[in-house]
Design a protein around this ligand. Structure first.
Ligand SMILES: [Zn+2]
Length: 165
């Protein structure tokens, strides 16, 4: 996957090219990454079924998460590492809570999530930190196809439903 960086272009990606370092399962899941503009990031992450990646373009650190809404009105945050999927906290009423007793790696991923989430909410995340979707609608999980959907990370039908409710 080649991600081109240009200022003020929200969602530039090259479809269909696999990225070095991603595992084979993941390739079949994601067809494209897209950078989300900051004002679209919170709605995207709280879509209910979101795969999201935070990329620090200065250090090249990348953290990938799944944020899943459950029936208790919480959004469960999982860190998707190369070794597995780890629960690293939940979001309730837009606030992120880190559980106790995390090991160091998991705690680091939780701290990254906490930092980026805070600055997404405040709309003041540094430009060198990119919030990326992984080519899937954050509500239903289907592949994003049309341009507007790729820009906001949510497909047309799901967007309509969100706007009605
Ligand atoms: Zn959808």
């Amino acid at each position: 996957m080649v991600i081109l960086r240009e200022k003020n272009r929200p969602c530039i990606y090259t479809a269909g090219i696999s990225s070095p370092g991603t595992d084979s399962n993941f390739k079949t899941m994601a067809t494209a990454y897209g950078r989300l503009q900051l004002q679209h990031a919170e709605r995207f992450i709280l879509g209910g079924n979101a795969w999201v990646q935070f990329w620090n373009t200065t250090t090249d650190n990348q953290y990938r998460y799944k944020v899943l809404e459950k029936s208790d009105d919480r959004f469960y945050v999982y860190w998707l590492s190369t070794k597995g999927k780890y629960y690293i906290g939940h979001i309730r009423n837009r606030d992120y809570h880190i559980p106790a007793n995390k090991n160091e790696n998991q705690l680091q991923s939780a701290k990254v999530f906490a930092y980026v989430w805070k600055h997404i909410r405040q709309l003041d995340l540094e430009d060198f930190i990119h919030v990326q979707h992984l080519g899937r609608c954050s509500v239903c999980g289907l592949t994003l196809k049309d341009s507007k959907s790729i820009e906001i990370g949510i497909g047309p039908k799901c967007l309509k439903r969100l706007q009605v409710s």
